[in-house]
Design a protein around this ligand. Sequence first.
Ligand code: SAJ
Length: 416
Amino acid sequence: MKICVIGLGYIGLPTAAMFAASGNQVVGVDRNPKIVEALNQGKITIEEKGLDRLVRQVVEDGALCGSSVPEEADAFIIAVPTPITADKKADMSYVIASTENIVPYLKAGDIIVLESTSPVGTVDQLMIPILETSGLHIGEELYVGHSPERVIPGQILQELVNNSRIAGGINPVSAEKIALLYKSFVKGEIYLTDTRTAELCKLAENTYRDVNIAFANELAKICENMDVNVWEAIALCNKHPRVNIHQPGPGVGGHCIAVDPWFIVEKQPKTAQIINLSRYTNDSMPFHVASRILNILTGIPNPQVTILGVTYKPNVDDMRESPILHLIEILKKEGISVNAFDPYVKNNEGISNDLQEAVTGSDLLILGVHHDQFKNLPFAELGKLMDHKNFLDTRNFISTEDAKAAGFHCYLLGSK
Ligand code: SAJ
């Protein structure tokens, strides 16, 4: 099959490479010429385990190439961003533009799949009217639907193949055609449904996690007030066979969990109460951590802190919607001087790759993200470089024995 993948980001590029590696002829389309140029040289512009090798291979084999415009194909996959506006509404402009851009290249028999996470009704209310301008009959000549991915950054290639996924069609035959298309590389089960259900499922999956994390974060605040260690309490609760409380932390980041629940709230503002409150609860966490920090720094003139880890989750270089970036902003507004250190974030002004330099003169070390390499921090050595030896762990990641032995005062989010 010839497949045109529109959008070569975190999802589009790996998906394009997978289709190409499984016997299809794939054109990856992106409006960013740098991404297209790099792809045509077999190079990638994002970091994802194993992706560089796979892309190099399929480009060398002639199975994948980049282009700035779509081409005629048997299937079109739209994997463009659906960001959120300042007033928490889905910005569908990229989906609209991509749908319009493929219309001139459509022919009878083509399959069109929206992969981008989108509000319920996007396929039937937003895309179908545009696709109808092709003059082709929707559901009979054009097979249209939504098949959202379920992959976790850092394990995208493996999860693309092994996870089950949903194929939602505008009619049953569309769902079947979409499922067959993805079966070229998906080994997991593919479940057929309609487009609206598929759209809702994707949003509900990430909202499930957001709501559960909000519950954990609320428990963390409660425990701080009640002299209970939330981490110990959650671990013990989770021994119950039907309880699975998530982990508290400095907030929720990433391009999915911190965004998708708003797509439900936008459409159902009066009904989506728990979802709405959970978003606010998780967004409140950087402020909560900042208030703990201000308390710890009480009495220290011109305080300086060092934050270890700024990405939105551990062991990746991705800073999208990172709550730590938000925390840094809040602290700076409070007049605190902030150094940030992250071994994953390269060539970024303001984020150091030199731990010693980042802690020198600091009054407080804050663990923001639990990258594996932070497990054994050299507290004795770091303490010598600091003005005051304070340590705040927002992830319950570090056993504080070494820190305490080196003279640090240790604090933990979710504990007094
Ligand atoms: N987090 C917590 N406590 C937890 C778990 C996570 O505070 O117990 C925070 C993390 O620190 C991070 C954020 O939540 O800031 C999100 O991280 P994540 O690893 O949970 O999720 P994402 O955004 O990387 O990927 C999610 C996944 N969705 C679910 O697990 C339901 C993934 O499967 C989706 O494909 C992806 O969103 C997506 O693209 O929608």
